[in-house]
Design a protein around this ligand. Structure first.
Ligand SMILES: Nc1ncnc2c1ncn2[C@@H]1O[C@H](COP(=O)(O)OP(=O)(O)OP(=O)(O)O)[C@@H](O)[C@H]1O
Ligand SMILES: [Mg+2]
Length: 264
């Protein structure tokens, strides 16, 4: 059984059976605006300042400045963490742009081969960069062997939903997830929900990861409720219920014992 590490999100440890399993890959699925990026930022920031675990954020859809200013709204100063060597940001938005270009050319039926020479999706490069950053990001600069323990990839959706070819898409996802698992870090990978309903089809990525957490916004009787559910967590006794969570100026908080919609 892997050791459990604190998620940094109030109430979530209880939901996932005591924390995230160390060294594993957890998928966070949610629609737009459900708080995926905030959850990931909180996981890394609390990791650094409350649990002595440094971290790396790989962004596939937003710039460093944008991420830093968004996180500053919760009082999380990632710029300072970076200056202290405890945090690194990898801007991998170029990968999503290449994927987008490929999608566009594909739709127009133009020859991919000629136009995209040298513009393959550089997943290997990203992983190499990540390895280097993991080794150079540490809580104590002088501790030999110390390295980053937490990694976030936000969001897989920017990359994979733009790869039209199913084989290529699957290869990219498998490569990325398996490489993360081999890095010996605990990773959160976000993705978007294509379809949500009672008969939601599982997305491919769900089968490849150790755990799956779903975040959603429910609409009922004119009100909206944010709800979270652990869909899967191997080797852990989880609370499988759909429970409420909130987002406020302190970040995300999960209420594992509160019923949805205030039922008795
Ligand atoms: N201080 C705050 N108080 C309450 N809600 C907030 C606050 N700051 C942000 N939010 C909410 O957080 C949500 C955005 O969170 P976040 O960017 O993490 O979502 P996301 O799932 O990553 O979205 P996207 O799919 O666009 O990347 C919005 O719904 C916004 O209303
Ligand atoms: Mg986001």
């Amino acid at each position: 059984m892997p050791r459990k590490i604190a998620t940094g999100i109030n109430g979530l440890d209880q939901l996932v059976g005591g924390g995230f399993p160390e060294g594993r890959v957890i998928l966070v699925i949610g629609g737009p605006g459900t708080g995926k990026t905030i959850m990931c930022g909180q996981f890394l920031y609390k990791g650094i300042y409350e649990h002595e675990e440094s971290g790396v954020f790989v962004s596939l859809d937003e710039s460093k400045d944008h991420f830093y200013s968004e996180m500053q709204g919760f009082g999380w100063d990632f710029r300072k963490a970076e200056e202290e060597g405890k945090f690194a940001f990898i801007d991998a938005t170029r990968m999503s742009r290449v994927a987008m270009l490929r999608e566009k050319l594909d739709k127009e039926g133009r020859s991919l081969h000629a136009r995209l020479r040298g513009k393959q999706l550089p997943i290997d490069e990203l992983i190499k960069d990540l390895q280097v950053k993991i080794h150079h990001t540490k809580i104590d600069r002088h501790a030999p062997g110390a390295r980053a323990k937490r990694v976030v990839v936000d969001t897989l959706a920017s990359l994979i939903y733009r790869i039209p070819d199913p084989v290529e898409r699957r290869t990219a996802v498998v490569d990325l997830i398996e490489s993360l698992a081999d890095l010996g870090v605990t990773s959160l990978v976000t993705t978007e929900l294509e379809y949500l309903g009672l008969e939601r089809n599982a997305v491919e990525e769900e089968f490849l990861v150790h755990g799956v957490i779903m975040m959603q916004t429910l609409f009922s009787g004119g009100t909206t409720t944010r709800a979270i559910q652990v869909e899967k967590m191997r080797e852990a006794k989880v609370n499988p219920n759909l429970v409420p969570y909130s987002i406020d100026q302190n970040g995300i908080q999960v209420f594992p014992n509160m019923p949805l919609f205030g039922e008795k």
